[in-house]
Design a protein around this ligand. Structure first.
Ligand SMILES: *[C@@H]1O[C@H](CO)[C@@H](O)[C@H](O)[C@H]1NC(C)=O
Length: 268
């Protein structure tokens, strides 16, 4: 077994391009590992994107409410054609706590350059039009997007949020979790020994040091503290095939500030 592991990781090391791994929750994979349960509704722009199967809805991905009628998520979350709903004001996905708003999705807008067979190519971003507007309150708020083109510097403090497992193969966390991650700048993240050319400058890297902080759900926000305000700088996109806290393989996010004009062109 040890020999097998050594051989497989060696095989990966000789690949020119490290293999990314999606964070979509397909049958419960790709969730927050590490971190801690968030104070209920302390990230009020975080949404649960759910797909319908039979007569039930299941959590698939995270997302961010950016306008009362619009949710930002990752393109790879909605590669399959499904009936979707968005839950706002959620904390415990197994319990109705009375703060949730259940919204239908009337339209899905995937970035036209997204290619589902090439996540390292970028453009892993999509917008969901809600059929009715969210009601903003203490539990449901809009996420703030960065100014177009803004890039955070190395070690900038951020949090990822998502519903997830506490460890690989463990049971799902029904409650929203958060984990601290600091930004790894593009120069470092795209260097050899890190992600190399798999990372583009339209992405943000965070985490990946010797700490074991880990990723949130695909599609969910990278929340960064900028001048004492939480700003959604990233959309969770991919991690290493070898796990979310692999050394020098930070979690990779679609950089929101690279897509402000695309978002505005869709939302008007
Ligand atoms: C969402 O769609 C379902 C099925 O069409 C409908 O029963 C429900 O009332 C809708 N909910 C909202 C909030 O529009």
């Amino acid at each position: 077994m040890l020999r097998f592991l050594l051989l497989t990781s060696l095989a990966a090391l000789v690949l020119a391009v490290p293999q990314p791994w999606y964070l979509e929750d397909e049958l419960g994979e790709g969730r927050v590992v590490g971190g801690e349960v968030a104070r209920p509704n302390s990230w009020p722009w975080q949404v649960s994107l759910q797909y319908k199967s039979g007569s039930y809805f299941y959590h698939a991905c995270g997302g961010t409410l950016i306008r009362t009628g619009w949710v930002l998520t990752a393109a790879h979350c909605i590669d399959r054609s499904m009936t979707w709903r968005v839950v706002l004001g959620e904390h415990d996905i197994n319990n109705n706590e009375g703060r949730e708003q259940y919204m239908n999705v009337s339209q899905v807008y995937v970035h036209p350059n997204w290619k589902s067979n090439n996540i390292a190519g970028g453009y892993d971003i999509a917008l969901l039009r809600l059929s009715t507007d969210a009601v903003l309150n203490n539990y449901v708020q809009l996420g703030v997007l960065p100014p177009s083109g803004q890039v955070l510097s190395h070690n900038h403090p951020c949090y990822i949020t998502g519903w997830g497992r506490t460890q690989t193969g463990g049971s799902l966390s029904a409650q929203l979790k958060q984990a601290y991650l600091s930004v790894v700048d593009y120069q470092t993240c795209s260097s050899s020994g890190w992600w190399g050319s798999s990372v583009k400058n339209t992405m943000v890297c965070a985490g990946g040091g010797s700490d074991s902080a880990c990723q949130g759900d695909s599609g969910g926000p990278l929340n960064c503290n900028v001048n004492s305000q939480w700003v959604v700088h990233g959309v969770t996109s991919f991690v290493s095939f070898f796990g979310c806290n692999t050394y020098q393989r930070p979690t990779v996010f679609t950089r929101a500030s690279a897509y402000i004009s695309w978002m505005n062109s869709i939302m008007g």
